[in-house]
Every structure is written in structure tokens, then in C-alpha cells.
Design a protein around this ligand. Structure first.
Ligand SMILES: Nc1nc2c(c(=O)[nH]1)N[C@H]1C(S)=C(S)[C@@H](COP(=O)(O)OP(=O)(O)OC[C@H]3O[C@@H](n4cnc5c(N)ncnc54)[C@H](O)[C@@H]3O)O[C@H]1N2
Ligand code: MOO
Ligand code: MG
Length: 395
């Protein structure tokens, strides 16, 4: 199955089981969460006309080229009197423009004649250097829509409107399961044939950044009945996310368990790395089985599992931004799977890590992004490739 077809299927399934519960959280805890209601402005921004410069406020009609008397000084945070006719006001950036003034001149263009009077040396225009009331938004306007992922910018915007808390979609509960008899947690001694479990910490950290509630389901041995028992014990999560055990080997049991007690909806994608990606459900609980090779885990999580998790929370825009760059490498071997190489941009060209084996996680640590190579494609230097920055998919 082609990557985009698989993604479409995954997203359809995500949309058919949306997380509907919501909760109100303070802004400080809303980072990475998904807004569950439209954010509508309850005040104008700015709430009153204010000065964009340190300078002098005046009424243009009062000025005929002569010096004006300074009748008041207005700082940010103050509430000024109306401007006395025929005078100007000393004003500072962010301070309310007094009623009656329609122009602010920056102090660099003003000559102070004595303490009381100033002369304007440049032509003046009505409205200059005044940020009008409601310039950014007016009461009743929709500022953010439901389904928006909240980052620092959205939270800053909510704060500017006086919101101390927001209604967000409840966290998606994701069980992270590492399968493999060979796996040992870091900190333990390594026996013969064993390797350290790197996928667990990679996925748990990534899911936390995504705003998910992580249930660490530990290491599962390569055993069918243990697999059944383990999956059955995870009935209260929104998604079981496992790694390994999805290929065709005699120790790959996830697909069998899904077929027996649920459904194997999707298996084998035209993607490299990540071919045996598996999706289905076990007794009604959705299961995504990522291939165990660490770079395969990374690529399939970024391109398939992450969009799925976002769509379950109602996010519409789930696909990472990609942009075209010339290749700074050759790729003579056309493949039938779409490839995602770990690469960087150097001197305006995409270059790739020297070892693209799906077992080499170091390739991704070196990289700033994924270089996409379409099916059946050979490349010479300078040919265009798509580049997906890792920063697009890591948060
Ligand atoms: N005869 C075939 N063999 C394989 C095929 C195939 O089409 N025919 N596909 C290969 C591809 S492609 C991939 S990808 C792997 C995927 O295998 P699994 O998802 O079943 O994963 P495992 O066999 O359990 O492990 C693969 C590899 O990754 C290491 N691993 C697993 N979990 C972790 C972990 N948590 N941390 C670190 N490393 C992990 C594991 O030790 C293996 O080396 O199948 C190919 N085989
Ligand atoms: O798809 Mo596998 O991930 O090529 O090694
Ligand atoms: Mg295997």
C-alpha cells in the first residue's frame, strides 16, 4: 500500500473515533494540547488607541507650523485627560492616546524649545504612529478555532485576550509497548544476544511532547500467549503503540494476535524504512505496530502515528510541511518503496548520513530532517527532493 493511501486510511479511522471528552487547563499546562472550543475575543485589542512611539501626541487641525505647548505627560498604564485644544501631550510607547489627539510624532523629529513647548520639523499625517482600538481583533471575532494545536504563540494570543485557562481535548492515553526477547533496559547488564531498548524512551519522550498521556507497558517477550495477555490488559487506553514483532519472522506475533482477537486492517507499506507497519485493533482497542528497527520506528511514527494521534484530537492540519531542495548526493538505486533518508541541508542542498540502515538511529541524531525520495526514482546531484524538517514532526 502506498504511503499516502495508508495515511488516508489511518486518518479516516482516527476521525471515526475522536476523543470527545474535554477539560479546562491553565495556560501554563496547555502547551501541546488541542483547543476544544473556538476562542472568541471578549475585548478589543488594543482596548484603546495607543502610541506606537515615544514622542508627542497632537490634534493635526490645531497645528499650523508653530510650536505647541506640552499640556500633559502620558505613560503606559495611565489614563489621560482629553487633550486641551491647541496643545500637545508628551507620550510614550504603549500609552493611551488622549481623546482629541489624532497624530503622534516620534521624538527624534521634534525640537524641544523649552520645557513647555515643542516644534515639529517634519510633515505630519493624521493617524500616524497611533495603533487604533481593535486593530488586532474586535469583540466577538473568532481568534483561534477548535482543533488548533496550542503552542507558545497561540497561548500568548490567548493571554493577550485575558484567558487564564482554555478548554482542551483530554489527553490521548497511549500505551507504549516494546516487543523483543533481546531487549534490556539501560542500566541493566547486557547478556549475550541482548541489546538496549532505545525505542521505548524515544517514543515515550516524543509522545509527551505531543501532549499524550503515556502508559509505559514495558517489554513484551516474543511469545503469542504473552502478547495476547499483554494486549488484553491494555483495554483502557486510546491506542496501543508497539515496536517490533510485525515482520514475517517466526518471532513476530503482533499481527497474529490482532487477526485472532480483533482486526489487522493494514500491513506492509511501500515505505523505507518501515515496511511492516501494522494497524488494526485488539478487542476494539486501536493498535499501531511500528517496525522495531529504530530508524523505522522514527520514520513511521513521524509520518503515520503522529498524524493519527493529532487527528484523534480533532486537528485538521496533521501533515508536516515539506519543501523542495536540490539533492547534494546521488541515488542510483530506484526502489519500489518511498524512501525517507536521514539528511541535512548544507549550502542549500540536501545531503544524507553515510549509513542509512534502518538499524542506525545515529543517522537521525545527525540529521535535521527526512529527505523524501519517490518510488522508482533515481537521482543525480541537483535533482529536486522534498525535505521534511524533523522540527516539524518532533513537537
Ligand atoms: N524475510 C523478511 N525479513 C524482514 C523483512 C521482510 O520483508 N522479509 N522486513 C524487514 C524490515 S523492512 C524490517 S523494518 C524489520 C521489522 O521487523 P519487526 O518490526 O518485526 O521488528 P523485530 O524483528 O522485532 O526487530 C527488528 C530490529 O529492531 C531491533 N529492535 C526491536 N525493538 C527494539 C527496541 N525497542 N530498541 C532497539 N532496537 C529494537 C531488533 O533487535 C531487530 O534488530 O524486519 C525485517 N525483516
Ligand atoms: O522497512 Mo525496514 O524499516 O527497511 O528496515
Ligand atoms: Mg521481526
Amino acid at each position: 500500500m502506498a504511503v499516502e493511501v495508508a495515511l488516508e486510511r489511518l486518518l479516516e479511522m482516527a476521525a471515526s473515533s475522536p476523543i470527545i471528552q474535554r477539560e479546562r487547563v491553565p495556560l501554563a499546562l496547555a502547551q501541546g494540547r488541542v483547543l476544544a472550543e473556538d476562542l472568541v475575543a471578549t475585548l478589543d485589542l488594543p482596548p484603546w488607541p495607543n502610541s506606537a512611539m515615544d514622542g508627542y501626541a497632537l490634534r493635526l487641525a490645531d497645528w499650523h507650523g508653530e510650536a505647541l505647548v506640552v499640556s500633559q505627560r502620558i505613560f503606559a498604564g495611565q489614563s489621560p485627560d482629553p487633550l486641551a485644544a491647541g496643545t500637545c501631550a508628551r507620550i510614550f510607547t504603549g500609552a493611551p492616546v488622549p481623546v482629541g489627539a489624532d497624530c503622534v510624532e516620534m521624538q527624534e523629529n521634534v525640537v524641544v524649545e523649552d520645557d513647555q513647548r515643542v516644534r515639529f520639523t517634519q510633515p505630519l499625517a493624521s493617524g500616524q504612529n497611533i495603533r487604533p482600538q481593535g486593530q488586532e481583533t474586535t469583540v466577538g471575532e473568532q481568534v483561534l478555532c477548535s482543533g488548533t494545536r496550542l503552542g507558545p504563540i497561540e497561548l500568548g494570543l490567548a493571554a493577550s485576550l485575558g484567558c487564564a485557562s482554555l478548554e482542551v481535548v483530554r489527553k490521548v492515553r497511549v500505551a507504549v509497548l516494546s516487543t523483543g526477547d533481546e531487549l534490556v533496559e539501560p542500566g541493566q547488564p547486557l547478556g549475550p544476544g541482548q541489546i538496549y531498548n532505545s525505542n521505548r524512551v524515544l517514543l515515550c519522550g516524543w509522545l509527551q511532547r505531543l501532549g499524550c498521556e503515556v502508559v509505559d507497558a514495558g517489554i513484551l517477550p516474543d511469545d503469542l500467549s504473552a502478547t495476547r495477555r499483554c494486549l488484553a490488559g491494555l483495554a483502557d487506553v486510546d491506542l496501543i503503540l508497539s515496536t517490533g514483532g510485525v515482520s514475517v519472522g517466526d518471532a513476530d506475533f503482533l499481527g497474529i494476535a490482532l487477526r485472532e482477537e480483533g482486526e489487522l486492517t493494514l500491513w506492509k507499506l511501500a515505505i523505507k524504512p518501515g515496511k511492516p507497519l501494522t494497524f488494526g485493533h485488539f478487542r476494539g482497542v486501536p493498535v499501531i505496530g511500528l517496525p522495531g528497527n529504530p530508524a523505522s520506528t522514527l520514520v513511521t511514527f513521524a509520518l503515520l502515528a503522529r498524524p493519527y494521534l493529532l487527528r484523534r484530537q480533532g486537528v485538521q492540519s496533521v501533515e508536516p510541511l515539506k519543501f523542495k531542495v536540490p539533492a547534494g548526493f546521488v541515488w542510483p538505486k530506484a526502489g519500489s518503496r518511498r524512501e525517507y533518508l536521514r539528511g541535512r541541508i548544507e549550502n542549500g542542498r540536501a545531503v544524507i548520513y553515510r549509513n542509512q540502515s534502518s538499524g542506525v538511529l545515529r543517522s537521525a541524531a545527525w540529521a535535521d530532517g527526512l529527505v523524501e525520495i519517490l518510488e522508482e526514482r533515481t537521482l543525480v546531484e541537483g535533482d529536486e527532493v522534498s525535505f521534511i524538517p524533523l522540527s516539524e514532526v518532533l513537537g
